[in-house]
Structures are given as structure tokens and as C-alpha cells.
Design a binder for this molecule. Structure first.
Ligand code: EPU
Length: 417
């Protein structure tokens, strides 16, 4: 199993190009199931979750061809199995995103229940309730959701909790339903908006994506399209913190700084210099890092997917900061590993108190999930001596060659087998 080895203490300097967003590419790949025509997806990142989705779609009969320049050609003309098996779903919860499209186009689907994961229980009740309101029958037995319908119809659905993939799943179901669907308290993450753009390019009629209320008028069928995946705002944010924590100076290119407004404003609050551009931004870290509290909320507030990385930065703050996680109930596993590197953190329920100013020292640590892995890399860059991060398969699920990108910026970092 691969590990990442870092020798800390080098400032990161130069320019980094951000890859396509995994969390936008995954629903886009599922949306291909809505049409028998060819779909071209550009800027797809070659990360493990994408390859797993490719395997999942392939097992259903979708033709998938990866071309140069991260462009995928997909065609769901001859679908054989309307099923997402446990073996694939267990490694990637997002497989649940095939449920909405399969029901909408084929009126039937069998998808394994994803189960819990390291960061929390992550139920799918809101996906199922929404589909039932649209006229589907969803039975859960033997670890599978067995769903069927005589035809989906539009409905008014108000989410009791904001859910990103829940909003995406129901939006994909609603585009081929009869009549109008209104999704209220919908997620307004840029990835949801990006999916809506793709669906509209396929002929769907969607208004309001990117706001809390999305209106979808069903159409009879959808056509193929060419669609570009947005840049990964979490990868961009991770590099911004890499510059801040190493007191480096980075140009983070090929991204949309507007998608990162809450993260960049938090970074300026702690004393990092940020200059915004249209398709990128510059981050200059300063010796003094102020400790500032943060609370995660759905977009456009500070994202839960940046919480672990921000915690690494706060270990170097000048005082005490409180980090509150409101999205997932168990997303502080990285705190224990950061403490093994010398950080002073107390976790109580959904809050972590980080007392800054303690120098980090390199250690052997274990990644528990994707963003925790990124947090440990950031800590390793700032730590004195050698850090070895184990279980980097979590990292490979969502970051494209992060160690290579960081090495090019001057970090002493390598992958070891
Ligand atoms: N929730 C329910 N019932 C549901 C669905 C969600 O109670 O049916 C709860 C969850 O338990 C959680 C909250 O609602 O407490 C929000 O979860 P959400 O459904 O929004 O999460 P998700 O759609 O499963 C996506 C991202 C995550 C990201 C979250 C929050 C993708 C593929 N995944 O997950 O990304 O953390 O939204 O922004 O888009 C990551 O990239 O590292 C990652 C975990």
C-alpha cells in the first residue's frame, strides 16, 4: 500500500493548475444514464472515485472511453443491468447517484445501500422520500434499495436538511418526470449548478439551480451534449492553505475564486494575503497566523470539505480557535493524528478547540478519509522532520497527483510503495 513521505519546512512557491472537480464529475457521469446519445465530459479528474464510477457505469453497459485532455466519451445506449452492486457502492457512496437517472429513464433500479463511512452515518432517507413523492416505490431489503415506478411525476419537495447529492439525484429524476417539480431548501453548491447546466444542455428545463429553490419542468427525452466540469474548489482551497501554512507564495490557477469566497475570506482574516483574479488567485502566507474560529455550513458558507485542512493551519495560529462542524457528526478523525504531530486539540462533540503556537513535528500518521489525508499533508509540510502518511488510498479518491503538484512547488514530498 502506498504511503506519502514529506520532509517539512519548505515554503511552497510558484504556480499550480487546479484539476476538474470530482464532486461535479461524479453526478455528471451518472447523468449520462438519462440519454441513449453520446455525452462528452471535459476536465474530468483522473482520480479513484471517477475510475470506480467508470467501472460501475461499464457494468451496466455504458460505453466509456477516456480520451486525451481529461475528456470522457460516454454512451448509455445499451443498458443491460439496472443495478449498482454492493462491491462498488461500498467503496464509493456516490454510486447512489445512479438511482434517480435509472428510475427516470428505465422506471426501475436496484442500488446497494451505501452504509456509514468514517465521517458519519450519511443516510439516504431524503433521496428516497423525494423519489417516493414523485411516484416511485422504494423498498429496502437485503441491503439494497429496490425502486420502481409506473412513471415519475412532478412534485413539491422540501428538504428538511440541505443535501448535495440528494438535490442532484432528485434533479436528475425530475428532468424526465411528467409535470413540474419544485425542490425547496435545495443545495446551492456550484457542483449542483454545474450539473443543472449539463442537464439543460441535454434539453432539460431547469430554473433556479444555484439557489435554494429549483424548478424543473419535465421533458419527454434528453439528448447528448458536450459539458465542461468546473474546477475543484476544494483542491484550490487546499493549495491556498498549503501556501499559508508554509508561508509560501502561490498562484492558484485555472479555478473559479468566486466558488471559494468563504475560504479565501477566512484566510485573509487569519492574516494570509489574497489577491483575486478572474480565473485564479494569489496567496501569500505570512509569519504570523491569527487564530480565528470557523463553523462549517452548506454553500456559500465555509465548507465541511475544508475543515480538516483549516484545522492543520490553526495548529500554527497565535492563540486558540474553535472549529465547529455542523454537517457531519464524526469529521474530526484528523485531530487525533494532528495531535500525534504535536498539535494541542480538544474535541468535544461537534467542536474542536485548537490551541495554536505549538511547533509540529514529523510523525507516522494514518489518513482516515479524503480531506483528513489533505490535512495531514499540510501538517507534514509545516512540521519539522519527516512525516509518513499511511492509507493514502483515501487521498487518491479525490486529489489528482497532489504530491507531484506540491513537489513542483518546492515541497519535499514523494509517494513510496
Ligand atoms: N443527510 C441526511 N439524509 C439524506 C442525505 C443527507 O440526513 O438523505 C444528511 C447527512 O447525513 C449530512 C447532511 O445531510 O449530515 C449533508 O450531507 P449531504 O447529503 O449534503 O452529503 P453528500 O451529498 O453525501 C456531498 C459531497 C461531500 C461533502 C458533502 C457536504 C459529493 C460526491 N460529496 O456529500 O464530499 O462533504 O456533500 O458538502 O458531492 C468529499 O469530497 O470529501 C466529500 C465528503
Amino acid at each position: 500500500m502506498d504511503k506519502i513521505r514529506i520532509v517539512g519546512g519548505k515554503e511552497l512557491l510558484g504556480r499550480v493548475e487546479i484539476s476538474g472537480a470530482k464532486n461535479a464529475a461524479l453526478p455528471a457521469m451518472a447523468a449520462v444514464l438519462l440519454t441513449p446519445e453520446t455525452v462528452w465530459l471535459e476536465n474530468v479528474p483522473y482520480v479513484r472515485d471517477i475510475l470506480t464510477t467508470r467501472e460501475l457505469l461499464g457494468s451496466m453497459g455504458v460505453e466509456v472511453e477516456a480520451q486525451e485532455n481529461e475528456t470522457f466519451m460516454l454512451k448509455a445506449a445499451n443498458i443491460g443491468a439496472l443495478e449498482a452492486p454492493y462491491e462498488l457502492v461500498k467503496t464509493m457512496r456516490t454510486s447512489i447517484l445512479v438511482l434517480g437517472p435509472l428510475l427516470a429513464r428505465f422506471k426501475k433500479a436496484r442500488v446497494s445501500l451505501p452504509g456509514g463511512c468514517a465521517i458519519g452515518a450519511r443516510p439516504i432517507n431524503l433521496h428516497l422520500q423525494g423519489l417516493e413523492k414523485m411516484g416511485a416505490k422504494c423498498d429496502v431489503s437485503h441491503g439494497y434499495v429496490e425502486a420502481s415506478t409506473t412513471g415519475l411525476r412532478g412534485a413539491y419537495i422540501q428538504f428538511e436538511t440541505v443535501t448535495v447529492t440528494g438535490t442532484e439525484n432528485l434533479m436528475m429524476a425530475a428532468v424526465l418526470a411528467s409535470g413540474e417539480t419544485m425542490l425547496d431548501n435545495a443545495a446551492c453548491e456550484p457542483e449542483v449548478e454545474n450539473l443543472a447546466e449539463m442537464l439543460c444542455a441535454m434539453g432539460a428545463r431547469i430554473e433556479g439551480a444555484g439557489t435554494r429553490t429549483i424548478r424543473i419542468r419535465g421533458v419527454k427525452k434528453l439528448k447528448g451534449c458536450r459539458h465542461r466540469i468546473i474546477p475543484d474548489r476544494i483542491e484550490a482551497g487546499t493549495f491556498a492553505i498549503a501556501a499559508a501554512i508554509t508561508r509560501g507564495n502561490l498562484e492558484v490557477a485555472n479555478c473559479n475564486p468566486k466558488h471559494l469566497a468563504s475560504v479565501l475570506s477566512q484566510l485573509s482574516l487569519v492574516g494570509t494575503e489574497i489577491s483575486m483574479g478572474e480565473t485564479g488567485f494569489r496567496v501569500r502566507g505570512h509569519a504570523d497566523i491569527s487564530s480565528k474560529n470557523v463553523t462549517t455550513y452548506p454553500y456559500p458558507a465555509f465548507p465541511t470539505d475544508m475543515q480538516a485542512q483549516y484545522m492543520a493551519l490553526m495548529t500554527q495560529g497565535d492563540g486558540t480557535s474553535i472549529i465547529t462542524e455542523t454537517i457531519f457528526e464524526n469529521r474530526f478523525m484528523h485531530a487525533l493524528e494532528l495531535m500525534r504531530m504535536g498539535a494541542d486539540i480538544t474535541v468535544e462533540g461537534r467542536q474542536a478547540m485548537v490551541r495554536g503556537g505549538r511547533p509540529l513535528t514529523g510523525a507516522k500518521v494514518q489518513a482516515s478519509d479524503l480531506r483528513a489525508s489533505a490535512s495531514l499533508i499540510l501538517a507534514g509540510l509545516a512540521a519539522e522532520g519527516e512525516t509518513i502518511i499511511d492509507r493514502v488510498y483515501h487521498l487518491d479518491r479525490g486529489y489528482f497527483q497532489i504530491e507531484k503538484k506540491m513537489a513542483q512547488l518546492g515541497a519535499e514530498i514523494e509517494r513510496i510503495s
